[in-house]
Design a protein around this ligand. Sequence first.
Ligand code: PLP
Length: 446
Amino acid sequence: MAEQQIPNLDGNFYRNLRKYYPTVDRGEGVYIWDTDGNRYIDGSGGACVVSIGHGVKEIREAMLKQADRISFAHGSHFTSEAAIECSEQVVSLMPSPELNKCYFLSEGSTAIETAVKLARQYWREAGKPDKFKTISRWTSYHGNTAGALALGGHTARRRHYQPLILHTPHIEPAYCYRCSFEKTPETCNLECADALERMLKYEGPDSVSAFIAEPVVGATAGALVPKDGYWQRIRAICDQYDVLIISDEVMAGVGRCGQNTALDNWNVVADMVVMAKGLSSGYIPLGAVVVKEKIWETIRRGSGAFVHGHTYSMNPLAMAVGAAVLKYVKEHDLVRKAREMGQYLLEQLHTLRNLEIVGDTRGIGMFCGVEFVRDQTTKTPFDPKLKVNAKVFQAAFQRGLITYPGSGGADGIQGDHTLICPPFIITREQVDTLITLLREAIETVT
Ligand code: PLP
């Protein structure tokens, strides 16, 4: 594939103003083609979005069928059969019948904002109006709108926008490869979970509304899987101090971690589950917050209205696509496939550990990551200016493999990384090709 240096200078405001973006043509299964005829393995499902694969005819048909009836009706005027079907599908994925009310949005960030506002309104209406703070974690990402960015813990993404970003309490992440408490798996006593209790005491539990976290961290660290017991302890602390858990499963949810919800891996039930990406597998913009009935019921009996709303909430076309995608996931047993093929993918990723710059390989289900380091023994990260993640990405892209790179959030604290999270339908042979191409790409950066 020829290396292109000329940035796109058309009327679009691209993410990277100095980069050349090829023009996408079409997609099928795990593959994407550009208009020059180059084929790519979508090794990251875009940004951990595509779960069922590209070009699925059933989704196109559901979309056309709904468009033939109506594409838009405002959520303050109508519900739709599609919305009812979509919520039924979403609720059927939940680990507890208590999680049974869905609020639909168009993406992850607004779903996060919605969850935080819902939590706040819930406490006001439940007679605890002082509970307003949301505690989150460093090395996390919850979206790019101002509120979500404040909760996220990725210094590089926040830096440009200070002081517009609110300062909210953050605790240490569950980052076993770089434990903030300098513990090993053998000496660990889940100090990173206990950090929540300490923060609650500092802030005053009566002022705290919710704790928000990604069950498995994606974009800011490359698939950080917490130690078993972490989420159970978080649940116990939140129960003790009357704090809601908002599980940000925008990346990790809808089967990505090999279970319907990511927290199912630890048998923990959150008070709210936020989903997006895999909810529509990228076929249409869609996000959702699923809340426990007690939250909905408290507001229903109280003021009776959630003072919120977006133009495209419950958009009939999006609802039809969401319902069709979830139906497809079930009918093709794709969550099990994500679990089983994910196991194979992770085993193969571990074979890259003999490469000089690979510090860690990790993941769960079809949600995996590689962290790059300058020194494997000391785990010293590369200087961010070297842009190792971008170099690996480019080398892979030129070979026909798409990955999702991320830089260390706070300089010197973590390494560059890349997410490997292909569609759940990937075959063993395609995993093998992915690994070969990734190995070659990493080998170009030494
Ligand atoms: N939360 C998490 C965990 C995410 O990974 C993302 C996006 O990558 C978001 C929220 C924001 O979602 P969106 O980009 O759809 O607004």
